[in-house]
Design a protein around this ligand. Structure first.
Ligand SMILES: [Zn+2]
Length: 113
């Protein structure tokens, strides 16, 4: 399952940040996802609580923010937000497209002690 793999990546990221910050317990994690990562938030929360079970983030609450995707057309240079999946440029029809936002996954902040 897609969510499980990402959840376990996130659990390792959080464990790394926690140890840098000297936290022994993480209570709350604010995390941002690009739209194209396409997680199902409820599934992700469940997967994360599984992945984090034996880590400092065990039992932590997740606050998930989805970042809208943004594309740049390499044909005409216009930047636009796609309505669905990756799609051709709405202005010139080119399919040569670069992703500006949409695949990121990062921890915005976390709280703990
Ligand atoms: Zn274009």
């Amino acid at each position: 399952m897609h969510e499980l793999r990402i959840a376990s990546d996130l659990a390792s990221m959080v464990a790394g940040y926690a140890s840098e910050a000297g936290l022994t317990k993480v209570d709350r994690i604010n995390v941002s996802f690009g739209q194209f990562i396409q997680i199902v938030p409820d599934l992700f929360v469940a997967a994360f609580s599984e992945a984090a079970r034996d880590t400092v983030a065990s039992g932590a609450e997740l606050d998930i923010e989805i970042i809208p995707a943004e594309l740049r057309c390499l044909g005409c240079g216009s930047e636009y937000k796609p309505t669905g999946d990756l799609c051709a440029c709405s202005i010139c029809g080119s399919e040569e497209i670069a992703l500006i936002h949409g695949k990121e996954l990062f921890v915005k902040s976390m709280e703990g002690e």
